[in-house]
Design a protein around this ligand. Structure first.
Ligand code: S6P
Ligand code: ZN
Length: 195
């Protein structure tokens, strides 16, 4: 990899980087056991394995001091009454933070610490959200009208730990409450000391 400065442009309505090395697409089947209404999940999956979100990543060596960055586009939609969302993860190297800059759309970042503390921060065009080290994070598109488009940057050696979220989900679910979204308890979540 050539170690020279460079500039990118974020092109088009989905702000796709003018150059990227990694295009991740996550479909409904990748979020097994995550949506609380499992009947709605399987009904939807029987119709089509819909594309929920895409990540356009600019890769760098996965070394301390480097940064990984790119754009995540979460498409609008729901499974039952629960909005489309990312899988969510802890960083494998827990002591690594992350920054999100919302380019367009409406949504929330659901976060929780290893100790079970939680937070929900709103995304809106121009918002910047800081994810502290040791906090898991999941992005949710709370608009049914358009994409949620997020620029992100994090230490390149962070890695991803999906396991505990795959098993227990996040402590809080984000549901469609009609006029606005609702934050409700996830019945499947267990406090860390009971796992
Ligand atoms: C990576 C960062 C984002 C997510 C992306 C998809 O640390 O938080 O780039 O990877 O938003 O989410 P997930 O949970 O499928 O990796
Ligand atoms: Zn992350």
């Amino acid at each position: 990899m050539v170690n020279r400065p460079f500039t990118l442009q974020l092109l088009g309505p989905q702000a796709i980087p003018s150059r990227y090395d990694h295009h991740i697409t996550r479909h409904l089947s990748a979020l097994k056991n995550q949506f609380h209404d499992q009947d709605a999940y399987h009904d939807a999956l029987n119709v089509a394995d819909m594309l929920l979100y895409e990540v356009f990543e600019i890769r760098r060596p996965e070394l301390p001091g480097e940064l990984l960055f790119g754009v995540t586009v979460i498409h609008p939609g729901k499974v039952g009454d629960e909005f489309f969302m990312t899988k969510g993860h802890f960083h494998s190297v827990l002591e690594t933070a992350e920054l999100y800059y919302c380019l367009d759309g409406e949504g929330v970042l659901v976060m929780e610490s290893l100790e079970g503390d939680w937070a929900v921060e709103e995304f809106y065009s121009g918002s910047v959200t800081f994810v502290p080290p040791r906090w898991a994070h999941r992005s949710v598109n709370t608009s049914l009208d358009g994409d949620l488009i997020l620029f992100f940057a994090y230490p390149a050696h962070a890695g991803h730990d999906y396991k505990s979220i795959e098993e227990h989900g996040f402590r809080k679910l984000i549901l469609d409450g009609g006029d606005t979204y609702e934050i409700v308890d996830n019945p499947r979540w267990l406090p860390p000391e009971r796992r």
